[in-house]
Design a binder for this molecule. Structure first.
Ligand SMILES: Cc1cc2nc3c(=O)[nH]c(=O)nc-3n(C[C@H](O)[C@H](O)[C@H](O)COP(=O)(O)OP(=O)(O)OC[C@H]3O[C@@H](n4cnc5c(N)ncnc54)[C@H](O)[C@@H]3O)c2cc1C
Length: 496
């Protein structure tokens, strides 16, 4: 095959899923081969990386999107090694975290499975639950509650765990932990997509906690490896390195080039952009669900309707720099979770000029100086506060200045901040987190089946099989493998 008759693949969207797709299309770690297609990546924004973003803040890099990734999944560290950033990987610098419960910070107990307890004693000792809540949890050991609804393909995490272990466990442990990852609540979150272990033990008659504990013990453990990793120079360095390599592989990286429509032209696709149409043999659509729905709508309205119905939560991050002595020394672990709906203390509500029952805006605080060695700054402590989640859009309506002031006030209570911050940086991520509701995986498989029927298209990104960076990398690479196989199939049919 000569360079001229190579097929062309277009990647729509230059977030990590799209970049990973382009990497895989051009041979991945092994590099391009004679069969590799010519690749064009079209990105709507004027920068690549999507949610991956690193800025300079007080003399060093700070991630203002994701700040680390789970080591349990291999995709992110594998990609870092492939692009030559293996030596830049840094393990998390502290372990454990706290939750705001019953009026103060309390360390999270051991034995949690994404917030779901597998042991009674650590939870009982943590003081996170009231006496009634602890008794309700203990009942699972002596009189486990059967699952009332029988086997189903999927269930909502919140009601399922509440029936087994009580409402307080959901509100004070499961919701803050799962919410911290998905920026949404567990009332209607899909167990099959987010916490499949919970679903698999729900039908057992034995104690829910013990059954989960056994599964946890059997799960392939991290083998003493740190659970969470980051890049010393931030996720931006992964984007930069990928861009360098993709440039070297002659991938055409087009910025400020939103794809407005996809049309069929025989067996090929024509993509409409402001710079004119471009034609491709195959397309990887690596955007959020909304733009994917708009592009696929004319070709499969049902798949587009499913994608269009996937809703997204908006969040904002406020990264503060506090003088070192402004924060107490007893802040535990890597951060603090604030359960949804926790009312502000009276004096904070008064100072903020809001109703006494108004809940905290802050959903979580990350102690960056403790979590990541590269976020340590001499004499300064960087703290990142997260605000906003599904069903809480208050932060979207506030100006940056009001947000900094309000979050600063909340931090006086939450982490005992005793002085004004030296600096603060607001980063807004509107419509950033897809909400995986009950039967999410069923909807995803319908979309994937519809896309497969169209031929020459694959979808990738956070909307489908996981929002974490490793999952998005995995989905980008899988979509690339899928379209390569389709192209090879078409090629062998043509030459037969
Ligand atoms: C604040 C925050 C913190 C997070 N923290 C973590 C964390 O610590 N660890 C972790 O693993 N994950 C974390 N995540 C989740 C993770 O970062 C994201 O789920 C992931 O980066 C999404 O990647 P993506 O490529 O699917 O989508 P995106 O990054 O959204 O990329 C999609 C791209 O498509 C482009 N696009 C859209 N429409 C078009 C069009 N019509 N034509 C061309 N281009 C288009 C967009 O401009 C965008 O660049 C976090 C996310 C956020 C927002």
């Amino acid at each position: 095959m000569t360079a001229d008759d190579r097929p062309t693949v277009a990647v729509v969207g230059g977030g990590i899923a799209g970049l990973a797709a382009a990497w895989e299309l051009t041979g991945g770690g092994a590099g391009p081969g004679a069969q590799s297609p010519s690749v064009v990546l079209l990105e709507a924004a004027d920068r690549l990386g999507g949610k991956l973003a690193t800025v300079e803040f007080l003399g060093g890099p700070v991630d203002v999107g994701p700040d680390g990734f789970l080591g349990r999944r291999p995709e992110a560290s594998q990609l870092c090694h492939e692009v030559g950033l293996g030596d830049d990987l840094v393990p998390i610098g502290a372990s454990g975290a706290a939750v705001w419960a019953r009026g103060r910070r309390r360390p999270l107990p051991g034995g949690l499975f994404l917030g779901v307890p597998t042991r009674l004693l650590p939870v009982a000792r943590s003081g996170i639950l009231s006496a009634g809540g602890t008794l309700r949890l203990a009942a699972d050991l002596v009189a486990p509650r059967p699952d009332a609804r029988g086997p189903l393909g999927d269930r909502a995490i919140g009601p399922l765990v509440a029936r087994k272990l009580g409402r307080q466990v959901v509100d004070r442990l499961v919701d803050p932990l799962v919410g911290g990852i998905h920026a949404g609540g567990v009332a209607d979150a899909s167990a099959a997509a987010v916490l499949p272990a919970v679903l698999s033990v729900a039908q057992r008659r034995a104690s829910f906690m013990r059954s989960l504990g056994k599964i946890g013990a059997r799960a392939p453990g991290p083998g003493g490896e740190p659970a969470f990793w980051a890049l010393r120079r931030g996720f931006g360095s992964l984007v930069d390195r990928l861009v360098e390599h993709l440039d070297g592989r002659a991938v055409d990286l087009c910025l400020s080039r939103p794809v407005e429509a996809m049309e069929r032209a025989g067996s090929r696709w024509v993509l409409a952009t402001a710079a004119g149409p471009m034609s491709a043999d195959a397309v990887v659509v690596a955007t959020a669900a909304g733009p994917a729905a708009a592009l696929l709508g004319p070709h499969d309205p049902e798949a587009a309707a499913i994608l269009g119905a996937l809703d997204y939560a908006s969040v904002a991050l406020v990264t503060f720099a506090f003088p070192e002595d402004a924060l107490p020394d007893d802040l535990f672990g890597t951060g603090l979770l604030v359960p949804h709906g926790t009312p502000l203390p009276r004096q904070v509500a008064q100072a903020a000029g809001v109703d006494p029952e108004e809940p905290f805006l802050v959903t979580a605080c990350t102690y960056l100086w403790a979590k990541w060695p590269h976020a340590a700054r001499p004499g300064v402590r960087l703290l990142r506060a997260s605000v906003g989640r599904a069903a809480d859009t208050r932060a979207r309506k506030m100006s940056d200045a009001d947000l900094v002031r309000r979050v600063g006030l909340e931090l006086t209570t939450l982490v005992g901040a005793a002085a004004e911050p030296i600096d603060a940086l607001v980063t807004r991520w509107d419509d950033a987190f897809p909400q995986y509701r009950v039967h999410h995986l069923l909807r995803v498989s319908s979309v994937e089946a519809a896309v497969r029927r169209l031929g020459g298209v694959a979808v990738a990104g956070a909307a489908y099989h996981g929002v974490g960076v490793p999952a998005c990398i995995g989905s980008g690479r899988a979509a690339a493998t899928d379209v390569l196989a389709q192209l090879q199939g078409a090629d062998s049919t043509a030459s037969a």
